[in-house]
Design a protein around this ligand. Structure first.
Ligand SMILES: Nc1nc2c(c(=O)[nH]1)N[C@H]1C(S)=C(S)[C@@H](COP(=O)(O)O)O[C@H]1N2
Ligand SMILES: [Mo]
Length: 204
């Protein structure tokens, strides 16, 4: 436990409130790369698109230029990874998830979302959480295009939940009336993943 106590002490010395760290987390200034090895490498963003489908009256695929033409939002937020690192004050720019939802006619019974990444990674989240002000489909990190290793050209950012809930290389958003578990959720991670309640491993 010494390491975690020292880490919190370091934050205090720097005038940063250690209570920004959820239980069992330490802060780092690095930005670790974590994935299952599904990075598609450098892709031409103009060839990227985002499909909104599932429990909607008519599905819709947004081209890259359509996405960029939508109003954008910048958020600055703390990220929390289930492997215990947290990174503070990361800045992301993109389209608010709620603005995307407004483009399709979603079945009122659709309470769940399954994020689909290129390569097959998926992760499930409740639709209600995605409608929060700080859930973005992001294309910039710290004022630059998101690098391939961090999910560029397009990734989800849902800061309220552990970072595995934020799919990199996002190419599909599936609206669902029933919950379907994603990749890590089927492999032992928690269905919801609230860092403040330390919902790391399986459960609901
Ligand atoms: N497509 C895809 N997205 C993913 C993952 C992945 O393996 N594939 N890993 C998740 C996990 S477990 C984490 S912690 C974060 C890591 O994001 P980073 O590499 O930008 O730090 O991405 C999430 N999104
Ligand atoms: Mo992770």
């Amino acid at each position: 436990m010494k390491f975690f106590e020292r880490n919190r002490e370091t934050l205090r010395e720097r005038g940063i409130d250690p209570d920004r760290l959820p239980p069992g987390q330490y802060f780092t200034e690095r930005f670790p790369v974590l994935d299952i090895g599904d990075c598609p490498g450098e892709v031409d963003p103009s060839s990227w698109s985002l499909r909104l489908f599932g429990a909607v009256t008519e599905e819709r695929t947004l081209s890259w230029s359509e996405l960029l033409a939508m109003p954008s939002t910048t958020i600055t937020t703390d990220l929390h990874c289930v492997t215990k690192w947290s990174k503070f004050d990361t800045a992301w720019r993109g389209v608010k998830f709620s603005d995307l939802v407004a483009l399709v006619d979603v079945d009122p019974a659709a309470a769940y979302v399954l994020e689909h990444a290129r390569g097959g990674y998926t992760t499930n989240v409740p639709l209600a959480d995605c409608l929060s002000e700080d859930c973005l489909v992001a294309y910039e990190y710290e004022g630059e295009a998101i690098t391939a290793e961090h999910g560029g050209p397009l990734r989800l950012i849902l800061p309220a939940l552990y970072l595995w809930k934020s799919a990199k290389w996002l190419e599909g958003i599936e609206f669902r009336t029933s919950e379907q578990l994603g990749f890590w959720e089927r492999n032992g991670y928690h269905a919801y993943g609230d860092p403040w309640r330390e919902q790391r491993y399986s459960g609901r």
